[in-house]
Write a protein that binds this ligand. Structure first.
Ligand code: IPM
Ligand code: MN
Length: 371
């Protein structure tokens, strides 16, 4: 593998720049290993772009993103923009970017790491071994449906939840294919007891299931699913759902892992894949060294897996993260008062520990090849 991989880096707001910085260092360590290089071009998005250029997604950022092999994003959003209308906020920049890149399947893994078993408010015997992959539809539903409005005179606001059969089919296929590579189970989540959109969703997913006889399909209502995720997380393999339900359930699933700061995501299926940790910009801790870079670092692993075909290298990063956790290193979000063996570290220190362990893994693999 010698090709150059061009990545548009959009660190964004709050803790975004701090966590993406650590992810970049890890990807650079990988590039030394494989002899190919990552070319990072950094561009503004979100609140940072509003401040610099008056727009949450400047045209040059969009152009760079569209011309790259992958886009790596930190986070967007900040309190000073809270009173702006939705289409002027930092979040609008991210939504426009998602739409332009065209990725409709947002993969959000949620894993119970053994060293963090006491971090979850759920009992360890409940979370042990849980390994869920959410496939969140990312370009439809209430986020993008029109008409949308807030009429201040009448005091009425409106959003539209709309899906077409085609939109459901394309994301369902990705979910079924992923289930085939995992434990062959797919849970499709909807609200078909109330919403026509969900009835279409359920009928379409059921129809597509016939093409994947080796995958067991079950349907759950979103309210029940929210409860089952906490009661019996091990019963889930791949969870397929629409945009807003997926937004909510993937944050809830962070409880299984122990911290939202741990969760990565990848958005695939469009022109250019988009990689972003699930956590937000956390303005309250920005610049304090408290941010957890592991979500962003694991997002880097997903980039290797889904945009560079580097499964072994992706796994090397994931192993390095697990070992660092096993060694007791914890950022503030992971620290617990009753854990005497933990070592509380800053964002940068956490990144360094992963970097060191990753280099050990790389050295070890090179030594094996030399024999
Ligand atoms: C996420 C975020 C975004 C979303 C926001 C920042 C627009 O919450 O990626 O989950 O709602 O999709
Ligand atoms: Mn969210």
């Amino acid at each position: 593998m010698s090709a150059e991989i061009n990545v548009t880096l959009v660190p964004g707001d709050g803790i975004g720049p701090e966590v993406t910085h650590e992810a970049v260092l890890i990807l650079e360590a990988i590039s030394q290993w494989i002899g190919s290089s990552f070319q990072f071009v950094e561009m503004p998005i979100g609140g940072t772009a509003i401040r610099q250029q008056g727009s949450p997604l400047p045209p040059a950022t969009l152009e760079a993103a569209l011309n790259s092999d992958a886009v790596l994003l930190g986070a967007v959003g900040g309190n000073e923009f809270n009173s702006l209308p939705p289409d002027k906020r930092p979040e609008a920049g991210l939504l426009q970017l998602r739409q332009a890149l065209g990725g409709f399947a947002n993969l959000r893994p949620s894993v119970a790491y053994a060293p963090l078993s006491n971090n979850s408010p759920l009992r360890p015997e409940v979370t042990e071994g849980a390994d869920i992959l959410f496939v969140r539809e990312l370009l439809g539903g209430l986020y993008f449906g029109t008409p949308r409005s807030w009429n201040r005179e009448t005091g009425v606001a409106l959003n539209t939840m709309q899906y077409s059969r085609e939109e459901v089919i394309r994301v369902a296929r990705i979910a079924f294919e992923l289930a085939q590579k995992r434990r062959h189970k797919l849970t499709s989540v909807d609200k078909a007891n109330v919403l026509e959109v969900s009835q279409l969703w359920r009928a379409t997913v059921t129809e597509i299931a016939a093409e994947y006889p080796d995958v067991t399909l079950e349907h759950q209502y979103v309210d029940a699913c929210a409860m089952h995720l906490m009661n019996t997380p091990r019963n889930f393999d791949v969870v397929l759902t629409e945009n807003l339900f997926g937004d909510i359930l993937s944050d809830e699933a962070a409880v299984i892992t122990g911290s939202l700061g741990m969760l990565p995501s990848a958005t695939i299926g469009g022109k250019v894949n988009l990689y972003e940790p699930v956590h937000g910009s956390a303005p309250d801790i920005a610049g304090t060294g408290k941010a957890n870079p592991l979500g962003a670092i694991l997002t880097g692993a997903m980039l290797l897996r889904h945009s560079a075909g580097m499964e072994q290298e992706a796994q090397a990063i994931e192993s390095a993260v697990q070992r660092v956790l096993a060694a007791g290193y914890r950022t503030a979000d992971l620290a617990r008062t009753n854990q005497p063996d933990q070592q509380i570290v800053s964002t940068v220190e956490m990144g360094k520990h992963v970097f060191e362990v990753l280099n050990e893994i790389i050295d070890c693999s090179q030594a094996m090849h030399a024999v």
